[in-house]
Unconditional design. Sequence first.
Length: 190
Amino acid sequence: MSILSIVFIAMGLAMDCFAISISKGICTGKFYFRYTLRIALLFGLFQGFMPLIGYFVANNFAEQITRFDHWIAFILLGFIGTKMIIEAFKKKEECDEHESIKKHFQWKILLSLAVATSIDALATGVIFVPFPELIWIAVIIIAVASFVFSFAGVIIGIHFGKRFHLKVEALGGIILIIIGLKILIEHLFF
């Protein structure tokens, strides 16, 4: 396996992080460095370390994990996405803009999203079993790619949200549900 192959794997794994980060940027509509850094760090860490965990437990649990990983991701992303859609159509009370931003970047929400998007990365660790000399390089490349894609995704989402006046929280929820469906369909039919 080449470094270029690992880069492509990392980019593929980072796409879910990228899409969710775009939805978070759309929902917030304003750039806050610390919140953008928070999501990028969490996604980068989870995406980077999950293949490492998958690598170490591959001989014992890989088959069992791949049987239900797509269901976990689907349920988590579907639940969070549905909640975002419901929140978008609830009558909003006047509130502090900063409190609304904080709501979208709560640790518990971001942790559940990081877990949901990194389940595929856990299974990816299995492919590095024949290449033990590359596992740490892969972890670093995957983590950095996910960090960069997530950071950029929030910024792109912010600019997209400012241009189009939509129920952006609902759009973000729809994106999460679509990602969950994509993961489920890929695992069930391909």
